[in-house]
Design a protein around this ligand. Structure first.
Ligand SMILES: Cc1cn([C@H]2C[C@H](O)[C@@H](COP(=O)(O)OP(=O)(O)O[C@H]3O[C@@H](C)[C@H](O)[C@@H](O)[C@H]3O)O2)c(=O)[nH]c1=O
Length: 385
């Protein structure tokens, strides 16, 4: 008899995105689809940054209904083939697992969960099998924005919860206070910043510090601050959560890192979000607020192709003037063009109202009829038939 559990293997690369995506998926599969999930992770310490409830020293633990296992090489905890085996982002599965799959009387449905992209070719590759030694198929599961792709991770009821949160400004003020971010008034502009290093960031800070309105930039300790060293009173390593750095009309706040639900609420609470990678990029869209996407850099500037594909989609039904302005802002930020990013930010400020209206409509248009987890469960059912 086949075991009904699912295994997800995730290798943490150099950031939080791979584990961020797989953790969200694992949680949703368990809570909304009643699936028993084993999540194998090779770096629990990094995982602990976005899941403070985790004990990185434990080889096996239950967190929010998911069994989280330390993935060591060689594998030192037993793997038993279940109904589904997911290798996240083409991580190389342990030999012991591949052997167990070959030996299983009923092998699991084996999937490679790929990175999200808005490019056209994704539709053609989603669901394609690749024949593996032992006569088993491995399927490419491609997240994406169209109905013919694997979809986008989005929990049931998320938009309603977010709308209720945003309907009462007391929620954001209470959150800022809870996070130890002092001195923020309800009418101030609040911007979250979770980017990689870029020269665009000090340029924007300069603009904000000289503006008419009070601006608060909420920045977790890490890569964004590496680009702001010249503005800091101490080395980046010495910054402490809650610390404030006053620069004219701008206050830089050192943001404590929270779990993913906390980060979502932060995105809902800000007027503008600067996000990166894959997961925060999607969550900024679900926050229904305007954003800049600092895309993860790839060889030969391939990331700019991915950025272009997304921008085209996002701007599809946006008035051309506003679309151009938002595209230029994103491009100049990603290309570290200090003067251009300042100019485009100012243009964008003058289109704030329609841009916000677009950001509010976008999640509904982008999600289509079903989310990734629901499509994935259906995909597995179809391929096991
Ligand atoms: C700031 C913050 C983030 N987070 C979470 C949100 C996301 O799940 C995660 C960050 O992931 P991302 O936004 O994807 O950005 P990232 O840069 O950390 O991850 C990247 O890693 C590379 C290896 C991948 O190739 C990229 O595509 C990308 O996923 O951290 C929290 O939970 N709490 C926080 O306070």
């Amino acid at each position: 008899m086949q075991h009904s559990h699912w295994d997800i293997f995730c290798a943490v690369v150099d950031n939080y995105g791979d584990i961020g995506v797989t953790w969200r998926l694992a949680r949703q599969l368990a809570s909304e689809h009643g699936i028993e999930v084993n999540l194998w992770v090779d770096d629990l310490r990094s995982f602990g940054h976005i899941l403070p409830a985790l004990d990185p020293k434990l080889p096996c633990q239950m967190v929010e209904g998911i069994r989280v296992l330390q993935w060591n090489t060689p594998l030192d905890q037993p793997y038993v083939a279940g109904e589904v085996l997911i290798e996240a982002f083409a991580c190389e599965l342990p030999d012991e697992v591949k052997q167990a799959v070959r030996d299983a009387a009923m092998p699991p449905c084996w999937l490679n969960l790929e990175y999200l992209s808005a490019e056209d070719w994704v539709e053609g590759c989603h669901g394609l099998p690749s024949f593996q030694p032992g006569g088993i198929n491995k399927y490419f599961y491609m997240p994406g924005f169209s109905a013919a792709t694997g979809g986008l991770i989005c929990e049931t009821g998320l938009f309603e919860t977010r709308a209720a949160w945003q309907a009462d400004s007391a929620n954001k003020m209470a959150l800022f206070q809870k996070l130890g971010l002092g001195g923020i008034q309800a009418e101030d502009k609040v911007i979250s910043v979770f980017s990689y290093e870029t020269e665009a960031l000090p340029a924007l800070c300069e603009l904000w510090s000289e503006g008419q309105q009070r601006v608060h930039a909420l920045i977790p300790k890490g890569r964004s601050f590496n680009s702001l060293k010249a503005l800091l009173p101490c080395p980046v390593e010495a910054l402490t959560p809650g610390q404030r750095i006053e620069l004219g009309m701008l206050t830089l706040h050192v943001l404590p890192m929270t779990d993913q639900q906390g980060y979502d609420r932060l995105l809902w609470s800000c007027d503008f979000n600067i996000v990166r990678g894959e997961d925060s990029f999607l969550r900024a869209q679900w926050a229904a607020r305007p954003f800049i996407w600092h895309i993860y850099q790839q060889e030969e500037d391939y990331h700019l192709v991915k950025l272009e594909a997304f921008m085209q989609l996002y701007c599809d039904n946006l008035a051309s003037e506003i679309a151009e302005c938002w595209r230029n802002l994103n491009l100049s930020f990603n290309q570290q063009q200090a003067t251009a990013v300042q100019q485009h930010w100012q243009y964008m400020d003058s289109h704030a109202v329609p841009l916000l209206a677009h950001a509010r409509q976008w999640p509904i248009d982008a999600l289509k009829t079903t989310d990734l987890a629901t499509r994935l469960v259906q995909f597995v059912k179809n391929s096991l038939r």
